[in-house]
Design a binder for this molecule. Structure first.
Ligand SMILES: [Zn+2]
Length: 418
């Protein structure tokens, strides 16, 4: 994930205040002890866009870690639970707690068992899943539905084990209005048109295990630009009125994939690499497995803007996370600095390969100065501790000094990012 801290100095204040309101520092970064391992998620969703609500059915297949496994504790918050069934449809008793759905099993299960629980629900998520829509102030805004799971927000739109220390395969089956295209993790299995209600159903499947915070959906009226890095399919989900500039801004993606494959020594493992533009995205970018979300205005620049700006830092950072974060994942959020540090280092490494050592040195110096400034302005905290991970990785409230900004402006990567 990357958070745009400062674009240019006159933009700094509104950006910082927005980030502060959306991302309070959380004290619950430590993962709870697992009593089960999720093998697979099957998430079926449709939407009421006017009400900004979700109608969902999520099936969780899991294996117990206890010899007397009697209850399944799923993270679920502000979901209106309609029914819970086990196996082939046997109704189960359940309790809805403030942050959890507790399902009482029909008998004690053990290590050798595989259990499937299905939850039908609806919700109007306050976080985790968002609806972007035009309004009187912005009548031309694109309609979109999109998610942002990191760090622990996906359980606001589907029940799951919402910590990074468990990995499962996943399916996402989303029904949307027929002019929408849906992007999710892994491979697109099918698209079905439902003529009766003018909708389409997209069926995506991630065949390799990944953490639940990386499960994503992005839906909108997109044009899809196709590209390739060797045999790896690349897709850029862009707005129809912006395809020429978007292709220019994404054009180094194949080169980045090839560079990271060689530098890391482990080839990109997922089924495809897609990047999707999101309006009003709450981050700069998010490395959802094989389907990165990117803030539209921080990614696509027109010809004049491209004289001064490039999105290569953002694109390289999120792509690097496909290895550092998605393949190798921090155990819990106290260790988020590992995800972010690897991605923030491989971005300058790509720029060194592209522009030379001076660029690498400048980027590392900027990051160093920003780190020193955070230590001074926000206060010294241990890197690994519950309650400090947000402050250390994303220094909310810390305006980067003008000296750093002026150095950044002299660099091809003029957008100061952390
Ligand atoms: Zn990141």
């Amino acid at each position: 994930m990357i958070r745009i801290i400062v674009a240019v100095c006159f933009l700094a204040l509104p950006l910082l205040s927005r980030a502060q309101s959306v991302f309070p520092v959380r004290d619950d970064g430590e993962a709870r002890n697992r009593t089960y391992h999720v093998v697979h998620y099957k998430i079926e969703v449709s939407f009421d866009e006017k009400k900004k609500s979700v109608i969902g059915k999520t099936q969780v297949t899991l294996v117990p870690f206890l010899s007397e496994f009697k209850n399944i504790e799923l993270d679920a918050e502000q979901l209106d639970i309609h029914s819970v069934t086990l196996g082939l449809g046997k109704p189960a008793r359940y309790e809805v707690e403030p942050k959890m759905l507790v399902v009482h099993l029909d008998k004690p299960y053990s290590y050798g068992d595989t259990i499937t629980v299905a939850v039908e629900y609806s919700c109007t998520p306050k976080k985790g899943l968002y609806f972007t829509q035009p309004d009187s102030g912005y009548p031309d805004k694109h309609w979109q539905i999109w998610s942002q799971g990191e760090d622990m927000d996906n359980h606001f739109w589907f029940p799951c084990y919402d910590y990074p220390n468990d990995k499962a395969t996943s399916e996402l089956i989303a029904t949307v209005r027929k002019n929408y295209t849906v992007l999710s993790n892994g491979e697109l299995v099918s698209v079905k048109e439902n003529k009766k209600d003018s909708t389409k159903t997209f069926f995506w499947r991630e065949n390799k295990p990944h953490s639940s915070y990386l499960i994503t959906i992005a839906a909108g009226d997109y044009a899809i630009l196709h590209d390739k890095a060797g045999k790896l399919p690349l897709q850029y989900y862009v707005f129809r009125d912006d395809t020429v500039d978007a292709r220019m801004c994404f054009r180094q993606t194949p080169d980045m994939v090839k560079f990271f494959n060689e530098k890391i020594g482990y080839s990109y493992p997922w089924e495809k690499y897609a990047q999707v533009l999101i309006t009003d995205f709450i981050e700069g970018g998010m490395e959802n497995t094989s389907a990165t979300s990117l803030l539209d205005w921080a990614t696509v620049y027109d010809a004049r803007q491209r004289l001064d700006n490039t999105p290569t830092g953002l694109i390289a950072h999120e792509l690097a996370h496909q290895w550092w974060g998605d393949v190798v994942t921090c155990k819990d959020w106290r260790h988020l600095w590992l995800n972010e540090s690897f991605a923030s280092y491989f971005d300058p490494l790509y720029h060194e390969y592209w522009l030379g050592e001076d660029e690498f040195q400048m980027m590392m110096l900027n990051d160093q100065l920003a780190g020193v400034h955070v230590d001074t302005a926000v206060g010294r905290k241990p890197i690994v501790s519950v309650g400090s991970y947000g402050t250390n990785v994303y220094p909310r409230g810390a305006a980067v000094p003008s000296s750093i900004i002026s150095q950044s402006i002299n660099s091809p990567r003029s957008r100061q990012t952390i």
